[in-house]
Design a protein. Structure first.
Length: 288
């Protein structure tokens, strides 16, 4: 098992080319949110922005769009057809597929909700998108009944389950490292199993353990920030397993900074977003 620490992450994070433009830092698409869960979509999109993506597009149901368009300045927020329940409808799929064609990485799930239409949309995106896919939250729930679809993706899908989501996905509660690795091999995916000392299992059998983070991060929205950070690194061209490891450590370390400043009780996911740039200063190519 490989231990993830600062030196490991430093070996992954690239220095930025002074002559680069926004297209060099990735175009990511977040398919997230519903009328009742705008916060999850907000945190995911902001996580991608703070992690350095060149262009972030958030596709959200039209009933959630007014809230998200007001709250988000940097991402492009695109309204999509939805049903009376405030979740994506089947009519949204052609537009989502068109957006995915132009994306370098795709995040599906934060705040999506659960419906037959959402399940169909998630399946179609997995089958047809050509870029790296990250599945979080309800994106994971949407494939629980037909996991074999993960094997139809253009490249290994990244899954970011907490304990409950992995139990629904696999039928296994409190999985051992060996069981996580077996699942990753069987379904040709990368599993970021969130929790104390987060574990990452790759389809080639490699296993990684993260050592940053604290109990103050156990609050709604923290996982959405992580998902946004992860899809951003994938969109910037960092290989998938390395991107997962770096995102996990940076997310946990930003959480540690928040706890040190504000306490485990009082820190919030917004604080993680605010403190992430402090960590990323380490990877500047120059100083001004």
């Amino acid at each position: 098992m490989t231990e993830i620490n600062q030196a490991f992450v430093d070996s992954i994070m690239p220095r930025r080319d002074p002559e680069a433009n926004k297209n060099d830092f990735g175009r990511v698409l977040c398919v997230c949110g519903s009328a009742g869960y705008t916060g999850a979509a907000y945190f995911a999109a902001q996580g991608a922005v703070r992690m350095g993506s060149g262009v972030v597009t958030l596709a959200a149901p039209e009933k959630a769009w007014p809230v998200l368009a007001v709250k988000l300045n940097e991402p492009v927020v695109r309204p999509m057809p939805c049903g009376a329940d405030g979740m994506f409808s089947r009519e949204a799929l052609p537009a989502l597929l068109a957006l995915a064609e132009r994306a370098d990485a795709l995040l599906i799930g934060c705040g999506l909700g659960r419906s037959d239409a959402v399940t169909e949309i998630v399946a179609a995106l997995i089958q047809q998108a050509k870029c790296q896919i990250v599945l979080d939250a309800d994106g994971i729930n949407a494939v629980c009944a037909h996991k074999d679809i993960l094997q139809q993706a253009a490249m290994p899908v990244i899954l970011t389950p907490h304990a409950g989501e992995f139990a629904r996905l696999s039928g296994i509660e409190n999985p051992s490292p060996a069981e996580l690795t077996l699942f990753a091999r069987k379904y040709n995916c990368i599993v970021l199993y969130k929790g104390y000392r987060t574990l990452i299992a790759a389809p080639d059998g490699a296993l990684y353990r993260n050592h940053s983070g604290n109990p103050g991060m156990a609050k709604g929205g923290s996982g959405d920030v992580l998902a946004g950070m992860l899809v951003s690194l994938c969109g910037q061209g960092i290989p998938a397993v390395q991107a997962v490891c770096a995102a996990a450590w940076l997310h946990g370390r930003a959480g540690d900074l928040a706890a040190n400043s504000l306490s485990e009780y009082g820190m919030t996911p917004s604080d993680i977003l605010q403190l992430l740039p402090t960590l990323l200063k380490r990877y500047n190519t120059r100083e001004w």
